[in-house]
Design a protein around this ligand. Structure first.
Ligand SMILES: Nc1ncnc2c1ncn2[C@@H]1O[C@H](COP(=O)(O)OP(=O)(O)OP(=O)(O)O)[C@@H](O)[C@H]1O
Ligand SMILES: [Mg+2]
Length: 224
């Protein structure tokens, strides 16, 4: 397994958002975590990226215990995180935002997202919310890594570009990257997920894999 969470707990101060949550994700797989607003998607993404401390449980990545590693050390080992907000540096240009990942060129991504490629000298703060999401997504995709942790990449993005995101994630997975996709966009989840975990206010309320994944069950999870 590339990633294994064993009974992790965590949240903010005295309030635990997650209690004893476990999951596994293999190379080349997409695990989608769905749930309506406030059910803890971002909190889980941050616990995995190391941006919030764990209150309990353990995390293994690539066979090693990373429970006590900082977000910086997790990133160095190949956990690439695209946060839900502040996914780009607003005061920097598109080119600078991309250069910080260490990537030399946009490659195929420039063809998929020409509006990003055309705005290299523009600062991120002059772009729309959807364009900034796409830039954040492109930054994550060009970053060297083994696991993508994407927190609602489709939020505010047009359908056509969501379809491009799907194609990019498929390609990354075909190359062996694993992806944890935190989403409320069921269409995107259906297109990509090998397994799905649903969250509600009391924790995990739904789990399904492969053929068991059902649109109706996912919609029910989002409307709970
Ligand atoms: N910085 C914070 N301090 C205290 N509580 C927080 C903080 N961030 C989130 N919470 C609380 O933790 C719970 C889970 O929030 P979280 O942001 O993880 O949900 P989410 O599923 O990502 O929601 P959304 O779909 O709106 O992004 C909510 O009750 C929220 O109010
Ligand atoms: Mg969130």
């Amino acid at each position: 397994m590339m990633l294994r969470l064993d009974g992790i707990s965590g949240g903010y101060h005295d309030t635990l958002v997650h209690r004893g949550l476990s999951l596994e994700l293999g190379a080349g797989e997409v695990l989608a975590v769905i749930g309506r607003n406030g059910t803890g998607k971002t909190t889980l993404a941050r616990l995995i990226a190391g941006e919030l401390p764990l209150a309990g449980g353990s995390i293994r990545f690539g066979g090693q215990d990373i429970t006590r590693l900082s977000s910086w050390d997790r990133a160095r080992r190949g956990i690439v995180s695209m946060p839900q907000t502040d996914m780009v540096f607003d005061g920097l240009t598109v080119a600078e935002n991309l250069a910080l990942t260490g990537a030399k060129s946009l490659g195929e991504l420039g063809k998929r997202f020409p509006r990003i490629a055309q705005r290299m000298r523009q600062t991120a703060q002059t772009m729309s919310g959807g364009e900034r999401k796409i830039l954040g997504f492109v930054r994550a995709l060009v970053s060297p890594g083994k696991l993508l942790v994407l927190d609602e990449p489709s939020e505010g993005v047009q359908t056509e570009n969501i379809d491009h995101m799907v194609a990019c994630i498929r390609q990354a997975c075909a190359d062996g990257t694993a992806c944890l996709l935190f989403e409320q966009n069921i269409r995107m989840v259906e297109a990509l997920a090998h397994a799905v975990i649903g969250l509600d206010s009391s924790g995990v309320c739904y789990r399904a894999e492969g053929q068991e994944i059902s649109r109706q069950d996912m919609l029910a999870t989002l409307s709970l």
